[in-house]
Design a protein around this ligand. Structure first.
Ligand code: PLP
Length: 298
């Protein structure tokens, strides 16, 4: 696989004039079909460390994790080895996500839910590798190194004219990076894809320097029932958005964030003249877990 380039285009959406605001989408989804845009940025620092030290990337995730498959693909593109610690028993048939990860050469180990919570390196891994040969990437790429990489998202283009920057939020590492990189006049909005994730605010603040800790806002109203949950209205929106605008979204992250932005526009949340930059953070591979025909795009 070729090296992954980090420059993506920005699509200014045509239809938002009625809302007295403009919305532009930063198409990080176009970086690579499986390395979701924001995951690639969050992994950058780990990749360069592993390349420098020739260590094996080891990380954690679930059976449909964008982070797992992104790590596998990114390692593969840098000719590095990777290990994925997967939550739960090995299923008789692997998910399309895990098959793709294996296709990129990732070695998978399955551990019980209880063991997974502790984020230990399983004994089985340590019978094959010395701890010093492993470069550990936290689940979801959460942490200061992920923030460093995510800062670069805003540096690909001149983004100074945007009044609002919006992204879907899982661990919040991406939002922390955007907040750290944005100017003081810009408003940062994160749309949480989990239900009542009350610890999120503190987890993001922990990643930011003092003067940035108050500079982002989290919205918790667009989770559609919780992480990876959905309702028909979400698919209706995603299909309609694709029909009108031609941009595919995923049901776990970007579908919820995009729905949120258009719902907020309708409610008059954004002042007239707002110039909104909405991140398309990728994740489209996750749609592969939906029943065929749910979405009108592939
Ligand atoms: C992981 C992911 C996110 C969330 O990123 P965090 O930095 O964990 O908040 C958003 N969108 C997509 C498509 C993702 O895969």
């Amino acid at each position: 696989m070729n090296e992954i380039s980090s420059v993506c285009r920005i699509d200014r959406l045509p239809s938002c004039i009625d809302f007295h605001a403009t919305v532009s989408v930063l198409r990080l989804d176009l970086l690579h079909p499986v390395v979701s845009g924001n995951k690639w940025f969050k992994l950058k620092e780990y990749l360069s460390e592993a390349k420098r030290t020739q260590k094996i990337l080891l990380t954690y995730g679930g059976a449909f994790s964008n982070h797992i498959v992104a790590t596998a693909a990114a390692a593969n593109s840098s000719e590095l080895k990777s290990i994925g610690i997967i939550c739960g028993e090995r299923p008789p048939v692997l998910s399309h996500t895990l098959l793709a990860a294996e296709g990129f050469g990732m070695k998978l180990y399955f551990i019980s839910r209880e063991a997974y919570k502790t984020k230990i390196v399983p004994a089985e891994v340590l019978t094959h590798h010395l701890p010093d040969d492993l470069c550990l990437v936290p689940e979801g790429g959460y942490g200061p190194k992920g923030v460093e990489g995510a800062k670069e998202i805003l540096l690909q283009h001149d983004t100074s004219a945007y009044t609002h920057i919006v992204t879907a939020v899982g661990t919040g590492t991406t939002l922390a990076g955007l907040t750290a990189a944005a100017s003081d006049s810009q408003e940062l909005i994160g749309i949480s894809v989990m239900k009542n994730n009350v610890s999120l605010d503190g987890e993001i603040r922990r990643l930011l320097p003092e003067e940035k800790k108050e500079k982002f806002r989290l919205l918790h109203d667009y989770h559609f029932g919780g992480y990876a949950r959905y309702k028909p209205a979400l698919f209706d929106f995603m299909n309609a958005f694709f029909t009108r605008i031609g941009i595919p979204t995923d049901f776990v992250y970007t579908g919820k964030a995009f729905y949120g932005v258009f719902n907020l526009l309708k409610k008059g949340y954004f002042p007239a003249g707002s110039n909104i930059l909405l991140l398309h953070t990728g994740g489209l591979q996750g749609n592969g877990s939906l029943p065929k025909g749910t979405l009108i795009f592939g």
